[in-house]
Write a protein that binds this ligand. Structure first.
Ligand SMILES: NC(=O)c1ccc[n+]([C@@H]2O[C@H](COP(=O)([O-])OP(=O)(O)OC[C@H]3O[C@@H](n4cnc5c(N)ncnc54)[C@H](O)[C@@H]3O)[C@@H](O)[C@H]2O)c1
Length: 252
């Protein structure tokens, strides 16, 4: 199988895109370290994935540098090294600028941008050793501005350029890429946008209409793109930011 024996850490993998990515790698022969913010959420993710020796627990908050080190070390210890790191842990607050105070700024930047950097940094010795690679979760909101998502846009724009700069610095031994999804049907979108809207049905329709292809993507579609970038088929791809957005960044 494509990832047979590969040692992979996916942050934020107890739910959503991270969970789907972990499931995809697992089904193609990899050993995967699962990261949820807490021991309980990590254990729940592992149980839902079916448990077994192929899955390692690496719980912890990747919103601090120390948390990133602890998560990466737990994964590398449990797996005996690391071949691939996927940074999927992320948060989004759909708020106007006036409601985006310092706490919102810190919570967003700490997990989305700082966490991505410090997980990459902590994983470097292992990835240099294995000549492995990294895939980060950016967003279409990292490639263009989105109304009502200013702080999130800043964090994801940062992830796109962090990916490019790291790709230059780590070449030729370690590849670094990111994916830029549009709306994906996960808790992040259901909980944070649709459920909180005054009119959830029209909010959901607006999200569906946002992409020229007129739907959200599934987490599994994002997982497959991540797996492609992490695979040997993408051996000549580094520093790229791949939109998977149904055409939302193609123009209007
Ligand atoms: N869903 C979308 O529409 C969409 C679109 C573009 C990009 N993304 C990005 O994809 C990634 C995954 O999003 P999702 O839709 O699966 O979200 P989600 O909310 O469904 O899942 C995110 C997971 O990350 C975990 N997490 C958050 N902060 C953490 C922290 N500090 N430490 C450890 N774990 C933490 C959460 O507990 C959760 O398990 C995020 O980076 C998000 O910004 C999502």
């Amino acid at each position: 199988m494509a990832f047979s024996g590969k040692r992979i850490l996916v942050t934020g993998s107890s739910r959503g895109i991270g969970y789907a990515t972990a499931a995809h790698f697992l089904s193609t022969g990899a050993r995967v370290a699962i990261n949820g913010r807490t021991v309980a959420s990590t254990a729940e993710g592992i149980e839902q994935l079916g448990g077994g020796d192929q899955l390692i627990a690496a719980s912890g908050d990747v919103g601090t540098a120390a948390g990133c080190v602890s998560v990466v070390e737990a994964a590398a210890k449990g797996l005996g090294g690391l071949d691939i790191l996927v940074n999927s842990a992320g948060v989004a607050y759909f708020l106007p600028v006036e409601a985006s105070d310092e706490a919102i700024w810190n919570a967003t930047i700490d997990t989305n941008l700082k966490g991505t950097f410090f997980c990459m940094r902590a994983a470097l010795p292992y990835l240099r050793d294995s000549e492995g690679n990294i895939v980060n979760l950016a967003s279409d909101a990292g490639l263009m501005g989105e109304n009502g998502l200013t702080v999130y846009c800043a964090s994801k724009g940062g992830v796109v350029n962090l990916t490019r700069a790291m790709a230059l610095e780590l070449a030729p031994s370690v590849r670094v890429n990111c994916v830029c999804p549009g709306y994906v049907d996960t808790d992040m979108v259901r909980r944070d946008i649709i459920d909180q809207a005054d009119d959830p049905n029209s909010e959901e329709q607006a999200i569906i209409d946002y992409a020229p292809l007129k739907r959200m993507s599934t987490p599994g579609e994002i997982a497959k793109a991540i797996a492609y970038l992490a695979s040997d088929d993408a051996a000549f791809i580094t520093g790229s930011a791949l939109p998977i957005d149904g055409g939302s960044t193609a123009g209007h």
